[in-house]
Design a protein around this ligand. Structure first.
Ligand code: TTP
Ligand code: MG
Length: 433
């Protein structure tokens, strides 16, 4: 069966083909992101849906949100995260379906298996995304364009689904590229073309740059990718902390290209802590204090076992026992409690600030763990800043004091309140992982 390549994509692909020159051995990463994944699986399995607006998440005009919508439905302004009430207003004649997780997980497994034909190193990144180490592989297919196209064609032939593919010198550039010509796009960004292709794009094109980071960058007069690239690292570091230099590296295309396979990830577990309150909590200060305390404990365990991780998950259970968790990727692997806490606070603001419901339980965990220096290696830029080096000395000193005198003798000031409360309540935090 032919892959339904669209005319505008063909133009992008022709451009991509022209800019293929590279030195052999230069790092190269391919990123695959399936198009409207859940909706596409539903369309594939119900051909009568083809060409109609398909919205996955639940019945229209019910409580809940859109999980994804196919590209026909996106023309009506529907997107993931929108309430089903709003979606129902915008597209009353759409086909609204409930998520069927098992089917999507199965297709995801099939996808990852298929991708292993194309590289010895495949890193599943989410249910419908993966990174492939393309260094040394593209020659076998005759070039980068042919390589990317072969990945797309195989996915179409075997799964009858379309995928967008990006190829670049780092994981982040490859991921940005795969998002540039969706759906069914194939975009190649070579090291030398990064600024030409991305220079005028808003900084929000960088995965992980959410609203608050964008605001912080804007406050420095940085709106575009090119402006970010030109800003000295020390300015970014002063405003954004550890994330600053990482962002700078992303603009240079050298933010990390190590693709980590499942086999190389022997420690596919998470480390975290959660806490059940004696009385349901509606006070933000109490939640933040507890969160800092939990992040501190989780990071301490990570340091003890020498792990770093790059996925932070926040879990909240509300008074009615409904439980939600949100997760996000850090720009770099870390075991720094402040990095984990800052990220978890953003997740808390997304998850809780919408409704301010009374909270019964709060938890934080860090996953996608590995031990730096182990076989799996470490990201080159992990421990290269002075600030990090100084923090490590501080954390080592804190660990040593706690090892001698007990967990409770030291705490970050922001977490003190909950430690006093915890002792009074006599509640123990639950450890996971
Ligand atoms: P995405 O790749 O973010 O979205 P998508 O594949 O639907 O669309 P795109 O073409 O833009 O890539 O997510 C993959 C699937 O994950 C998506 O189909 C539904 C699911 N999903 C959730 O369950 N929760 C979420 O918050 C999001 C964003 C996606
Ligand atoms: Mg997708």
């Amino acid at each position: 069966m032919l892959n339904p390549v669209m005319a505008d994509k063909m133009r992008a692909q022709a451009g991509a083909r022209r800019s293929e020159q590279r030195e052999p051995g230069d790092p190269l990463v391919l990123h695959v992101d399936m198009d409207a994944f859940f909706a596409a699986v539903e369309e594939r399995d119900n051909p009568e849906l083809h060409g109609k607006p398909v919205i996955v998440g639940g019945e229209k005009n019910t409580r809940g949100v859109v999980t994804t919508a196919n590209y026909v439905a996106r023309n009506y302004g529907i997107h993931a995260g929108m309430s089903l009430f709003e979606a129902g207003k915008r597209c009353p004649h759409g086909i609204y379906l409930r998520s069927r997780g098992g089917k999507y997980s199965w297709t995801s497994l099939q996808l990852m298996e298929l991708l292993r034909q194309f590289s010895p190193k495949v890193e599943p990144y989410s249910v419908d995304e993966a990174f492939l180490s393309a260094t040394g592989c593209v020659q076998l297919w005759g070039g980068m364009y042919e390589y990317g196209k072969a990945v797309q064609d195989t996915i179409w032939e075997k799964l009858h689904l379309t995928a967008s593919v990006g190829i670049g010198p780092s994981k982040t550039i490859a991921k940005i590229a795969s998002g540039m010509n969706k759906p069914n796009g194939l975009t190649i960004i070579m090291q030398k073309d990064i600024m030409k292709v991305l220079g005028d794009s808003p900084v929000s094109i960088i995965p992980g740059v959410g609203k608050s980071t964008e605001k912080a960058l804007n406050s420095l007069g940085i709106y575009t990718f090119a402006q970010l690239a030109k800003t000295p690292q020390y300015i970014l570091r002063a405003r954004l902390g550890i994330a600053g230099p990482s962002l700078s590296k992303i603009t240079k295309g050298n933010s990390g290209n190590r693709v980590v396979t499942m086999e190389e990830r022997p420690d596919d577990k998470s480390m975290g802590h959660e806490h059940t309150f004696m009385e349901n909590v509606t006070c933000e200060r109490t939640l933040l204090a507890r969160l800092l305390h939990l992040c501190d404990k989780a990071a301490r365990r990570m340091r003890r076992e020498k792990y770093v991780g790059n996925v932070v998950t926040l879990k909240l259970r509300f008074a009615d026992f409904s439980t939600f968790s949100h997760q996000t990727h850090l720009l770099e692997f870390s075991d720094d409690p402040h990095v984990i806490y800052t990220t978890a606070v953003k997740l808390l603001r997304d998850l809780w600030h919408e409704n301010h419901k009374a909270v019964r339980l709060i938890g934080v965990s860090i996953s996608n763990l590995f031990i730096p220096g182990s076989e799996r290696g470490v990201q080159e830029n992990l421990f290269d800043s002075d600030i990090l080096a100084r923090k490590r000395v501080l954390f080592a000193a804190m660990d040593s004091v706690r090892n001698h005198y007990g967990e409770d003798v030291l705490a970050f000031a922001g977490g003190m309140e909950c430690r006093r409360r915890g002792r009074r309540d006599g509640i123990k935090d639950i450890v996971d992982g």
